[in-house]
Design a protein around this ligand. Sequence first.
Ligand code: BGC
Length: 700
Amino acid sequence: MAGDTISRLLETLTRGEKLGLVRGAADPAGTATGYVAGIERLGIPPLRLVDGPLGVRIPDESATAFPAPIAVASTFDPTAAYRKGAAMAREAAAHGQDVLLAPGLNLIRIPHCGRNFEYYSEDPILTGSIAASAVEGIQSEEVLATPKHYVANNQETDRVTVSADSSERTLRERYLPGFHDAIDAGAGAIMTAYNRVNGTHMSEHRELVTGVLKEEWGFDGVVMSDWYGTESTVAAANAGLDLEMPGIEPDEQIGGAADEETADQTTDFGALAGGMPDPENVGQFDQALSEAIDSGAVLESRLDEMVRRVLGAIERLDRLDGDRPVGELDTPDHRTLAEELAARGTVVLENDGVLPLAAETEIAVIGPNVHEATLGGGGSSETTPFVTTSTAAGLRDRADGAVTVCRGHPEIEDLSFFDVIAGESTGRTDENKIETEFDSAADAAAGAEVAIVVVRDRATEAKDRESLALPGEQDGLVEAVAAANDRTVVVIQSSGPVETPWRDSVAAVVEAWYPGQADGAALASVLYGDIDASGRLPVTFAPAAAYPASSPEQYPGVAGRASYSEGVFVGYHHFDASGTDPTYPFGHGCSYATFAYRDLTVTDEGAVELTVENTGDRDGREVVQAYVCPPESDIERPERELGGFAAVDVAGGASERVRIDLDDRAFSYYDDGWVLESGEYTVEVGRSARDCLRSVSLTR
Ligand code: BGC
């Protein structure tokens, strides 16, 4: 369907038909998260939209449960995001879906945010580069990507009402770049956020939707609202929103936050108040839009543009001729990929030499949830896999030495907004009296050469975590095990940063995020050193009070407004500026291999190049990070900002020449337009934001 065909169709379509293309409808097949009915008489096929971003979510159906996006970001390897995106898209196609509601790429501003596991990083360059590759991967399989949630959806507390009050500089330098990169990568759709920005609801934000996204960045795809996130007719249509989702009453929404079982409770969200949209927000782009056009409040040409964009998406997918990709589901490759990505995304935070384990080591595997795989957090990203490898099973399969398994602590139950709405859980972590079995755990630990304690948090969409402490008595469990065995390895499975008060009394600390279906298998390959430990932190770990945005005005906000007064000093920028030492800095992660960096130079094109030498026998994988430090500046700038990075395999004893491109953005700040200050910059090359190994000066 070329542009002419779209124009011809527009002439043929009745007003009613046009309206049917700009709002969702009920999916007759009962599989899609969102559905746009086609128009049979004109051969316009329907569009099926389905949730990611951990895997394809279809109620009562299965799909590969990949590791959480934050784990993918921890690879610092855009090709990892590409491969996961392409695999999810093949699975979406196999399930008859056309559009993935992924990637989620909001910047991690608040360490407690309930959806951090669905996002990538506190850094815009890392976020943008991973997001762009995810988009390219998804769209390489004839499925459209939907970067979400545009923009500044950085907390779940009051997400549907809060206004992110931010300066333009902060939006431009922190919260917008990831979306810009995803759009530049060709994303065919985008989802607006529930929150407001500087007082205006994002689905009605003309300046950010039409101004920045469509006019400035040239986005020609579909702007859809988040589910029940279209709050008005005229303001939303005139702001540039093209598609109202889901466009149907909650009881027609399949597997949604308010499906049949929970429909009666949709207006009483209890523990989630402020996190759930008003299900009355439906039908804004129905009759009301028609009336607004009749009254002149919305121009007919605007409706035509909305339709043009939706038809454009169908055209891009080449669906008009009836051909659809057949896709692939749960293939051996997808299973392997789920495992490989979970392993690559695992970050070894500390290691006194206990890791990697020798195959014959006698181990005790301890932890409340070691009998299952940790798939993800709650909400619209929940995926049901075909197969899982529990933590204990994966380690047992790999170990040649004796393996004892002991939970030591009652299960930490998944927290899902679906259950909270259904009244099955209050979302509180202290609802049951906790009967711990620290003595049995300590006995198991004492009887083994190495004790592996696996702990976890619980997180869900629509609610932030209450604290960064591990829920229940898990800190006590770690301490009891560490007291019984001085070769204790703690493995954390979490949505984002957690506090690690026991870290000085254990031999190793490993962050495995939400690893997905391959949990134990992936963990075993890292703990036993089948691959090098190459994951790096995409977020800073620190005690809760040390983070920026820790006043009530900043988070969760006062009187409906969250002040982004920390400005560009988010994440590691804040820790640098305040001179606070984080527990584990951004970019940090230990390898098993050892590396030396030499011969750092600046190329004629302004890239940096260096030689990374693997100084040991073991094959390794290194993540080289280049941070740009500005000269004395007219304005307050962060001490260093990630400019680029590269993940490279270096065989034992070998050296690789590595090049990191630094584009203008790495040197610029925003002040009513991008300003590239000329002067002498320092480029620090190292293994984290706090571990510079070499530096070079670079004049711009
Ligand atoms: C979430 C979106 C999701 C949509 C559809 C909303 O609650 O914020 O990320 O795609 O539901 O399930």
